[in-house]
Design a protein around this ligand. Sequence first.
Ligand code: KG4
Ligand code: ZN
Length: 342
Amino acid sequence: MNVLGIETSCDETGVALYGSVQGLLAHQVHSQIEVHAGFGGVVPELASRDHISKTLPLTEAVLKEAGLNRRELDGVAYTAGPGLAGALMAGAAIARSLAWSLGIPAVAVHHMEGHLLAPLLEREAPAFPFTALLVSGGHTQLVAVEGVGRYRLLGESLDDAAGEAFDKTAKLLGLPYPGGPELARLATQGDPHRFHFPRPMIDRPGLDFSFSGLKTFALNCLAAFSEEERTPQLKADIARAFEEAVADTLAIKCRRALQETGSRTLVLAGGVSANQRLRHRIDREMEKLGGRAWYARPEFCTDNGAMIAYAGYLRLMAGEQTAPGFTVRPRWPMEELGAAGV
Ligand code: KG4
Ligand code: ZN
């Protein structure tokens, strides 16, 4: 079975092909950084338009890369939520039209399920069950994972997602969009001992997070200095302390989650899981616990079509398909998903 995957939930158009025999056959991502950079963030209307113009050319490109023609496709998977309504509609409309014209099934994929399963695309992959930390621009969630679609939410952010905190803090440090990777780059130059940020909610029981206070803390650090004193070094020091606090907080909560589930297998997914300092901090924690953390390669941590093709492939293989229609769900709790094929 060859499945085309289409991801258009935010500011990246991702298209990929996944096949039963060889696994991932081809994948391409078009980033909209240039479209949104001048605005300092994602402009939903522009995102939708860009997805419309890029999805079909990328589809042609992955088919060519895989040496397949459209007639050799057996299914189409597309992100139906959560995400920006117009951006989701663009991908859904193209995916459904393609499937309809080819007479093949289509399946609506949950974006966060795509992220969650992305580490399973790697040659060496974890087995179910495991505990997952999903850290993206819109979500920070700890999830007990029994199998595809069998998810139990253990805890989540009560305000900003970890990626959102990175982006907002980057913005107030004057870094360009997209802020997370820029802040991480700047932090490598920073002194980890100059500032000490709080580790939010670690002294409270439970597995929820709160990251919105960290950007305020960063703002207060910056405000204590005059305009002339706000040197690149000062900003790097703040960035470093911020990053340490996020990594530390996430690692502490992961340890707590593993103690609760009894699992020693942790899967990290979503854009923030590309962060090197977080990976090191988590690896240290797992060493102490006698377990192991699994990650996707960095390009599959952030938004991509491969994770959608793969999640869709698993669901199509289980006999699932989504009835024709263009319904998307900009808000869509992952626990509402059923086990694959059920
Ligand atoms: O998963 P993703 O690509 O999109 C969403 O589903 O939201 O995650 C994007 C988020 C952004 O907030 C971005 O700043 C953050 O992931 N991010 C990073 C890094 N790479 C991406 N944050 C910290 N360090 C990174 N290296
Ligand atoms: Zn994402």
